[in-house]
Design a protein. Structure first.
Length: 406
């Protein structure tokens, strides 16, 4: 049976995760390897030291190679971090054929015209251009306009952009690590690809990826990305607050958070399960107060949720996403986070699950892996969908239309 492999790499600020997936001819996808390394040289998801990041990337790649029995596949990177931006723009062109029939070429020109009308594009690289709607002579067309007739065609297009400098640093980091990069895609959309159902994307849903130093949100509606934002706060800030609050080293604070941290309403059960030796209700893990720990965690989490709520308001979707919120990233491992989300955003909420994968799927079941898995999944889809390699001219790299079309 012919198989095709793809490797997805998520350059996270705490860890770099690499996963190798393989698609069988029957459409099944299995995990053939996964490896991670602690990350150096990144800040808020952006590379600030190429040498250090390249070393970490090599480490993750080595770990991947050790874990895989196939591991040959094209390598794809996710681009996330602060500075990732989302813009919509319209472009109007005259239909070119004399008989007024709209052609594929016209669609391309309309999308190109939207790109020309983009504002504040200086110093930015376009990662994705996704046409979301068309109008012919001012009438909205809900399906493919090719073959319809008119004088003027207008496209509304979504653009996901990144600072050119960040993009260049990623390419340099891969070069320096000796890993040949096939293409790159926006990380929040890759996360969505790994954990959302088609129905959720249709109804309206938000992914909240709580990482180490960033929290990314990506909203989908009617199958298209509707909004995307990256906040510079993550679960690492919670650890820092615990370190300061209890005056303990970061490592100790991290252990305290992972082993005893919770935002569960009634956390009795959690505490007693995790710290059977501590009988006093208010005390966990030596002399640390459980209440104080929870307060510190909730304080910082509420910052993240305030930013999220503000954004939902800004884009007119406060309390208005029937598909609710799906929470991913390492920070989503905090017990009680789904209820907390439900309560604070007044929306349905669930934890991300990475399903339907065979092979070594246990290695990537933690929602911190959703990014790496999603990147590889998009790569597989693109290949199976017949997309040609985007590597080559700098003009064509990163321009994917196929993968995110319905
Ligand atoms: N069981 C747990 N409970 C609470 N937090 C956890 C748990 N496991 C991991 N985390 C937190 O998840 C964070 C790392 O998440 P993740 O791997 O998604 O980040 P990253 O992708 O490296 O960073 P970023 O996305 O900000 O660049 C750390 O702050 C870690 O403390
Ligand atoms: Mg991350």
């Amino acid at each position: 049976m012919r198989t095709y492999g793809a490797i997805g790499i998520d350059l996270g600020t705490e860890s770099i995760k690499a996963v190798a997936l393989e698609a069988g001819a029957d459409g099944s996808v299995k995990v053939v390897g996964a490896g991670a390394a602690l990350s150096e040289g990144l800040r808020k998801g952006v590379i600030v030291n190429i040498d250090a990041a390249a070393k970490s990337l090599s480490g993750a790649f080595e770990a991947l190679k050790k874990s895989t029995n196939a591991g040959n596949g094209n390598v794809y990177a996710g681009i996330g971090g602060v500075g990732l931006s989302f813009q919509k723009s319209k472009g109007l062109v005259a239909v070119s054929r004399a008989d007024g029939e709209v052609s594929k070429e016209d669609l391309k020109r309309a999308v190109a015209a939207s790109e020309n009308n983009l504002v504040r594009i200086q110093n930015r690289e376009i990662l994705h251009s996704i046409p979301i709607s068309y109008k012919i002579d001012n009438e909205t067309i809900t399906h493919d306009p090719v073959g319809l007739s008119g004088l003027k065609l207008e496209a509304e297009t979504l653009f996901i952009t990144v600072f050119a400098q960040h993009f260049k640093s990623i390419l340099k980091t891969f070069d320096e690590a000796g890993v040949s990069l096939e293409d790159a895609i926006s990380l929040p959309m890759a996360v969505a690809e790994a954990i959302l159902s088609k129905r959720e994307k249709e109804f309206g849903v938000m992914v909240l990826d709580i990482g180490f130093s960033t929290t990314s949100l990506c909203i989908f509606e009617e199958n298209y990305p509707y909004s995307l934002e990256v906040f510079p706060i993550g679960s690492g800030h919670i650890t820092n607050d615990i370190a300061v609050g209890f005056q303990i080293p970061i490592e100790e604070a991290e252990k305290l958070k992972i082993n005893y941290g919770t935002v569960e309403k009634n956390s009795e059960a959690h505490i007693s399960k995790k710290s059977a030796k501590n009988s006093a209700d208010d005390i966990v893990y030596g002399h640390y107060s459980r209440k104080k720990l929870t307060d510190i965690i909730e304080d910082r989490l509420s910052d993240i949720f305030e930013l999220t709520e503000k954004h939902l308001k800004k884009v007119g979707r406060e309390g208005l996403l029937p598909g609710g919120v799906v929470i991913a990233g390492g920070g989503s491992n905090l017990p009680g986070i789904a209820d907390y989300t439900r309560e604070h955003l007044k929306l349905p909420a669930r934890l991300a699950e990475i399903n339907n994968l065979g092979g070594l799927h246990d290695k990537v079941k933690n929602p911190a892996w959703a990014g790496a898995v999603g990147i590889a999944l998009v790569a597989l889809e693109k290949h199976i969908g017949g997309g040609t390699s985007a590597r080559g001219s700098k003009e064509t790299i990163m321009r994917w239309f196929r993968a995110f079309l319905p």
